[in-house]
Design a protein around this ligand. Structure first.
Ligand SMILES: [Zn+2]
Length: 182
């Protein structure tokens, strides 16, 4: 297991477009494993590489008991949209909001061995593919909300206990902790 810390909203890496994967090597397979382990531990329905601080176009998903990954994804979306579906993000812990998304998505890309893969998803799976591919473009789910909903979401973000913790914080304690991490 190689669980990595998940970057929170406010961390610039979440706003940085990721680079296409060129080398389908051992390093990439380790990244897929780290993403999968971190996603399953959270637990979450999906995780994109920038969320663990890696600027490569890779995401993992865990929807309807299916675990998988996709590299260099390219999406084809249905016209039909679900305006009301609730969506959360591991970079916004504990928060979820109605977020408009296409109901169906066809995601083309590669597996970690460099073989072409086509994934088809509806509902939650389609939502996951869109959410994670957005992460690779530096786009967050708040950007997909209508302005009124985004305002409500940003208020909840400001009030969240993790708000402002995106930068590393070093806490000093005057008490002995018996060697335990706080
Ligand atoms: Zn997310």
């Amino acid at each position: 297991m190689a669980i990595q810390p998940i970057r929170l909203f406010g961390d610039p890496v979440l706003r940085t477009p990721a680079t296409p994967v060129a080398d389908f090597d051992k390093e990439l397979r380790k990244l897929v494993k780290d993403l999968t382990d971190t996603m399953m531990d959270a637990p979450g329905a999906g995780l994109a590489a920038p969320q663990i601080g890696v600027g490569l176009r890779v995401f993992t998903y865990y929807v309807d008991d299916q675990v998988g990954h996709l590299i260099n994804p390219d999406l084809d979306l249905s016209e039909e949209c679900d305006e009301e579906g609730e969506e959360g993000c591991l970079s916004f812990p504990g928060l979820s909001f109605p977020t408009p998304r296409a109901v169906r998505a066809v995601a083309k890309g590669f597996n970690m061995h460099g073989e072409p893969v086509t994934l088809e998803g509806t509902d939650l799976m389609a939502r996951c593919f869109q959410h994670e591919t957005d992460h690779l473009d530096g786009i967050l789910f708040i950007d997909r909300m209508d302005p009124k909903q985004r305002k409500l979401a940003m208020k909840a973000v400001r009030e969240a206990e993790w708000s402002g913790l995106a930068a590393p914080v070093i806490r000093m304690s005057p008490h002995a902790t018996g060697g335990k991490a706080l």
